[in-house]
Design a protein around this ligand. Structure first.
Ligand code: G3H
Ligand code: ZN
Length: 285
């Protein structure tokens, strides 16, 4: 089917209290693996591209690949911009056919974050495209920050309420103990904080950096109001491990289709496992 917007799939997720998986893709095999997994599990899916992925693969290539893959399946597929850090990037993605946007102004002062988020909402809403925003800051492992620094960057519930009221954003990425690009699953989430934010803002909450969160943390976060969960590092690891395995098994192989077969299978298996955990299997059509 044609791409749908995240608004359509979040509505059912809110009613039935599950989360939709948002999976980052960088190339054709990852796009295929994610969308085939969704179809086989009858799950709605958000395929997201970061600015880095857009730079790597090309904006039109990403739109072309995802639009084509979505047309071949019956489950709803959303194409989402992940961590757009400026107004212009959001405009380019809107024009190119993305059905969901994100402005990440978490590194900016509150007022500036509000100003740009609002401007993007004002151009996206008239054409029916929802906008995710971020308040509080989800750090990355490369920032080498301590547990107390992670805590200091967490989303303040009252600030989140004001932010949503002022911007009219459609979903909100929150910093609640989650950290990007973790290779261990040891992040500890502040569940009461998630519950409090949800109570005050009402809109779907987004959990970034989910590779590093243990299964129980994910389940509790969903129960507290998270409706979109972002996974990138886990899929990158699955893909690269597939290449390593293939090369080890077939050191003489020169056909990239054969070398990448295992990578695609690994990504597909990882996506299915996360979908099961998020509770979105069977919610596709
Ligand atoms: O925006 C993308 C994510 O937040 C993914 O985080 O690479 O830690 O899974 P991750
Ligand atoms: Zn993220």
């Amino acid at each position: 089917m044609v791409l749908v917007t995240s608004r359509e799939i979040f509505q059912r997720a809110e009613e039935e209290k599950y989360a939709v998986g948002a999976f980052n893709a960088n190339n054709l095999e990852m796009v295929q693996a994610i969308i085939e997994a969704a179809e086989e599990e009858n799950a709605p899916v958000i395929l997201q591209a970061s600015q880095g992925a857009i730079k790597y693969a090309g904006l039109e290539f990403i739109v072309g690949m995802v639009t084509t893959a979505a047309k071949e399946v019956k489950v709803p597929v959303v194409l989402h911009l992940d961590h757009g850090t400026d107004f212009e990037q959001n405009v380019r993605c809107l024009r190119a056919g993305f059905t969901s946007l994100m402005f990440d102004g978490s590194a900016l002062p509150f007022e500036k974050n509000v100003e740009i988020t609002r401007k993007i909402v004002e151009i996206a809403h008239p054409v029916g495209v929802p906008v995710e925003a971020e308040i509080g800051k989800v750090a990355g492992t490369e920032d080498h920050i301590t547990v107390s620094e992670v805590e200091a960057l967490m989303t303040d519930p009252d600030e989140a309420r004001r932010f949503v009221e002022l911007t009219k954003c459609d979903s909100l990425a929150v910093a609640v103990g989650n950290v990007h690009r973790m290779l261990t699953r040891t992040a500890k989430l502040d569940i009461p904080r998630i519950r409090k934010i949800k109570e005050l803002v009402g809109i779907p909450l987004v959990l970034h950096g989910a590779t590093g969160i243990p299964d129980d943390g994910i389940r509790d976060a969903i129960a507290a109001g998270v409706r979109k969960i972002n996974i990138a590092t886990e899929l990158n690891r699955a893909f690269v491990n597939g290449i390593k395995e293939s090369i080890q098994k077939m050191p003489e192989e020169v056909d990239p289709r054969k070398v990448l077969k295992k990578s695609k299978e690994n990504v597909k298996a990882a996506v299915k496992e996360k979908m099961r955990l998020f509770g979105c299997i069977g919610k596709g059509v």
